[in-house]
Design a protein around this ligand. Structure first.
Ligand SMILES: C[S@@+](CC[C@H](N)C(=O)[O-])C[C@H]1O[C@@H](n2cnc3c(N)ncnc32)[C@H](O)[C@@H]1O
Length: 340
């Protein structure tokens, strides 16, 4: 049994824009509702609200996904048009992406692993893109990366709003960003008023995070740590340091600076349980993002709910995605969040 109630868009917070459906026990499916809205709210027994939705990063001006298909996505990064592989894109392209007018560069996968960029037009070595009051350096790098995950804007807005509300109440939230890469979340949370500890194993990425902070006009309030995340968390626990918010974006596989192995399926639950001990007495949030294929949003929500030992608050699961010029959503990963 399912019913749908559509709320007018202006009633919905901006980062959940789109239509909203309220289901009873069973969420509406695409099969039952061919025009099913993207956001599904399901009421479960005991009036727990479970969110299951795709959140689209749809406030970008300097970035857009133009079209997708045949394993590729064509994106605009500032003035540059980049064509990159995307394993989620298993549908057919609606036009020839490789002959798109003005295409700047294509990333080709190599059969031996890795791959490389083919430049079609001259590009600067790097350039910047803006997101609201944030500025990030991007450049075509190895592993098809540009140094920024634009879909993460949904998480920047979410944590930013919570931090700003706490700042208005006179707090300076202390937050920890683990597997923090080039600092998208770090910069967004620092700009919102948090004091941030940024941890990543790759020195080059941590340096890029510092550069992004400077570009965004942030001169202080961020501590940069090049270390294995697990080692750092254990040290913080021993030192008695605590955090009001934790964000983590662990890779499927990874290595710490001294070769420490990380395999998400084996490590994530005990690691989240360990991190839960770092939460302060008045925590604000704990957010997990994952790009690991097959790792459903509800898995992240379950991990949080169990590892946090049923701490009072709201637990939610959501898909993260990007709008495309074709009117479809490009799924980019999963999010699980606990907040008070
Ligand atoms: C998927 S990226 C994170 C993306 C980032 N959250 C963002 O939105 O910009 C994963 C990062 O984890 C780091 N990493 C992998 N294994 C690690 C480990 N054991 N300890 C610390 N960092 C690690 C990598 O260097 C990489 O920067």
């Amino acid at each position: 049994m399912t019913w749908v109630w559509k709320l007018p868009t202006p009633l919905i917070p901006l980062h959940w824009r789109g239509s909203l459906s309220v289901g009873c026990l069973i969420p509406p499916t695409k099969h039952e509702f061919p025009q099913a809205p993207k956001n599904h709210f399901t009421f479960a027994p005991a009036f727990t609200i479970i969110y299951s939705m795709i959140r689209l990063a749809d406030h970008w001006k300097d970035f857009a996904v133009l079209c997708t298909g045949d394993g590729y996505k064509l994106e605009r990064w500032g003035q540059a048009l980049l064509l990159r592989p995307d394993p989620q894109v298993i549908w057919a392209a609606q036009r020839d992406l490789f002959s798109y007018p003005g295409l700047s560069a294509v990333y080709h996968r190599s059969e031996k692993g890795g791959g490389g960029w083919e430049f079609r037009t001259p590009l600067p070595e790097s350039w910047t893109v803006g997101y609201g009051e944030l500025t990030f350096k991007v450049k075509p790098m190895g592993f098809k990366h540009t140094g920024l995950f634009p879909e993460q804007a949904v998480n920047w807005e979410r944590t930013g709003a919570i931090i700003r509300a706490a700042v208005q109440k006179g707090r300076t939230p202390k937050v920890l960003n683990l597997f923090a890469y080039t600092g998208g979340a770090t910069v967004a949370m620092a700009k919102a008023g948090a004091s941030v500890v940024h941890v990543d194993a790759a020195k080059g990425m941590v340096e890029r995070a510092g550069e992004n902070a400077r570009l965004s006009g942030i001169g202080s309030g961020i501590r940069y740590i090049v270390d294995d995340c697990k080692k750092f968390v254990l040290r913080e626990l021993r030192r008695g340091n605590r955090y009001d918010g934790i964000v983590m974006d662990p890779p499927s596989y990874g290595r710490g600076p001294n070769g420490e192995m990380w395999k998400i399926e084996e490590e994530i639950y005990p690691f989240v349980k360990l991190c839960a001990e770092l939460l302060s007495d008045e925590p604000l949030f704990f957010l997990i993002n994952s790009y690991t294929t097959g790792l459903q949003p509800t898995v992240l929500e379950n991990i949080l709910a169990l590892a946090l030992g049923g701490r009072k608050g709201t637990y939610e699961a959501y898909e993260v995605g990007l709008p495309t010029g074709e009117g479809i959503a490009l799924p980019c990963g999963a999010g699980g969040m606990y907040y008070v």
